[in-house]
Design a protein around this ligand. Sequence first.
Ligand SMILES: *Cc1c(COP(=O)(O)O)cnc(C)c1O
Length: 365
Amino acid sequence: MAYRIPLSYNPIEVNSYTNVLKSYEGVHHNQIVNDFESAIANLTGIPHAVAVNSGTAAIHLALLSLGIGKGDVVLAPTFTYVATINPIIYVGAMPILIDSETETWNMDPGLLENAIKTLRQKGIDPKAIIVVHTYGMPSKMNELLAISEREGIPLIEDAAESLGALYDGKMTGTMGEVGIYSFNNNKAVTTYGGGVLITSNAEVAMKARHFASQAREDRSFYEHKDVGYNYLMSSLNAAMGLSQLPMLDLKNKARRQVFDKYAQQLKDKATFQLDDELRVSNRWLSTILFTESHVKNLIVNQLSDSNIETRPLWKPMHVQPLYQNVSRFLNGNSEDYFNRGLALPSGFSEKGHHEEVIHQVTLSI
Ligand SMILES: *Cc1c(COP(=O)(O)O)cnc(C)c1O
């Protein structure tokens, strides 16, 4: 079969992984998870980290630990991956979907304000705001945090895709009440399945760990008062994480170089999520908006014929059959991005492949 240039791919780094494993010979394997949690705390400067088996589990735990449950309302972006929204349903709460602004493609602070005002007028008090830094691009955090503070609604950062991205010098994931990262296979760095919840709130961290370990009470026998989950990270995944974290900067730099080349060469044909003086994306995926949707369709087909993987941008949650009945506050942007937008290969090991992708894209327009 012909080689296909993948969208985002982390090759298994066998040497660094086995070196980490060897360093734990004769040590209890739980220590590996503890050390991975410490490494995340060191990297982010946030004191509490709970390592779990997926980013989705981390979002679920964030909601549980903040006490969000049946009948509660949670505000979240419509332009995201489904894993941001599903945990709201897991806890019996109701998502309310908010459309994007045009600079970062993330949650529009103006629409968020409207939503809160409208809900309050109906006597509904939203219990949390989930913010996503989509494709690695930081949201407008100054505006969003100000709303969260003023309205007294805790903010959860779904930084699943944006490890290493900066906003006003701070890492995404570290600015809200709770932050989460994903270490799924295709993310910035990987444990080949995993996630982590970070928080400065010791009580939230304790609750998250409690719910992640079958809600087992601290007794000599097995005692349970709550329904818990089997969500903790395995030692082998944590070892992989320890071997990958030191490569984060290198990988993000390589992805950024790929993006910069696309941006430079396609600047007359497409637009992009833009960094500014406050925000620096980790460029997890190189995402572009073509001037018209037919151009995008043409290019998808051409690139596919050349064995280059591309992906349309998120199909917004409010147009998913799953969430067709959920309340939403819209401005048309996310649907426009779905129609005109495309993610191009950004993977770190594909040295030189972006040249081929750019060549093909340029030929196709
Ligand atoms: C990947 C992702 C998740 C979920 O992470 P998993 O580790 O795959 O469960 C959540 N939110 C966003 C925005 C993601 O991209």
